[in-house]
Design a protein around this ligand. Sequence first.
Ligand SMILES: Cc1cc2nc3c(=O)[nH]c(=O)nc-3n(C[C@H](O)[C@H](O)[C@H](O)COP(=O)(O)OP(=O)(O)OC[C@H]3O[C@@H](n4cnc5c(N)ncnc54)[C@H](O)[C@@H]3O)c2cc1C
Length: 446
Amino acid sequence: MQEHIVIIGNGISGITCARHIRKNSDKKITVISGETEFFFSRTALMYVYMGHQKFEHTQPYENWFWKKNRINLLKKYVSEIKTDENALVFQDGNTLQYDKLIIAVGSKPNKFGWTGQDLDGVMGMYHKQDLEKIEEYSQNCKRAVIVGGGLIGIEMAEMLRSRNIPVTFLVRENSFWNGVLPKEESEMINRHILEHHIDLRLGMNLKEILADENGKARAVIIPETGEEIPCDLVGLTVGVSPNIDFIKSSNIEVNRGVLVDRCLQTNIKNVYAIGDCAEQHQAIGSRRNIEAVWYTGRMMGETLAQTICDNPKEYKPGNWFNSAKFLDIEYQTYGWVWAKPKPEETHFYWEHKSGKKSIRLVYNTQTNVFLGMNVFGIRVRHEVVDRWLTEQQHVYNVLSQLKDANFDPEFYEQYEFEILAKFNHDNNTNIKVQKTNWKRILNLIK
Ligand SMILES: Cc1cc2nc3c(=O)[nH]c(=O)nc-3n(C[C@H](O)[C@H](O)[C@H](O)COP(=O)(O)OP(=O)(O)OC[C@H]3O[C@@H](n4cnc5c(N)ncnc54)[C@H](O)[C@@H]3O)c2cc1C
């Protein structure tokens, strides 16, 4: 009998795992999701709302792909896991047996018990169903209030502004995302948000959401000022947490997420967890125990597929990397760039006069070893920067090779000379731009 691998969750982690198990084995695979029948790119939901693409375009695989590759898809909601019986119980009462179970159930938007948080017109932005909700709530919307200054909050603000809906953006911190971004980058984004005619309210919280006579959101109250802001839509974007409520009644050990070891196995031998919902017992290096980002979900899926196919492998994510977009400013971060420099670090910061592009290089003050980099408004090649980190390059080498990393399209202005001139001026050095080594770059990206 073929071993039956059941995966709950058809997001990037679950689907990557399923595809790689199929590449390496003939096992029976079932992928379950209560959200959609087919895998789609969650990060592209905003572009559907903004009219840049249709929902079908967010599905990287044709609908026939799954049958052809013998990956069974089930659109059902799992309400219970019975590990003693190797069985899942669905909301409709039916059950399904598994030999190995992979939990890849992602996140859910946080709610902190505010009065009015479940009213009509109040929403998070995570699931496909939220896209339908935001469409509905956008009709005749005179003002939206977004609560929570993170990556999803700013995306939601951009979405609503694309339809000329006035947006008030309540951010608890006194500068946007300043727990993650250093002061200069955070201030750059504050300015950018205001330039996009978003009513940014720094240092402001939500007290409660008021309802109209039909039970629909009509206003929010800010505790700091007591102000009542009339609105028809409230976006709650105060972070996400693992979507694991239905697992809490099982024997599977959970904390904030499903607890896993380095091989992504839970306390139950044939049960694993990957993606946003997995929590490492021990954080890997300086990483968080829970990593709710796209590319780590994909890496966990690939890694676990090896273990499932009898080639046990530890999850080793390598250098930290993330990318996002703040309205039309692209952002990439590599290695560790903390909001406040650590005692052993030096930060070099360059910002273009437009105030829309910047680079920050972090290096060890004693050894000059390159530790990390923030880039705003300039695209750099992942492979090149990742190699600098892995090879623990001297920051002078990084600076002289900055051109190698530039990935902006042809004819874009280049800034390496200006960046280097500032570094040389600030540090009294004489580093020169090296000629681009195309052979090395092509080898890296091959
Ligand atoms: C608007 C938005 C923008 C984002 N932008 C970025 C970005 O720019 N960069 C980045 O790195 N990350 C981004 N993220 C985060 C990224 O999308 C997630 O880290 C990633 O999608 C998580 O993948 P996953 O496979 O762990 O889970 P998910 O994609 O959440 O998939 C889990 C699936 O399991 C289903 N499920 C859950 N419970 C059950 C159950 N009991 N029964 C059946 N099905 C169930 C869910 O409905 C869902 O379909 C963004 C997220 C959002 C919402």
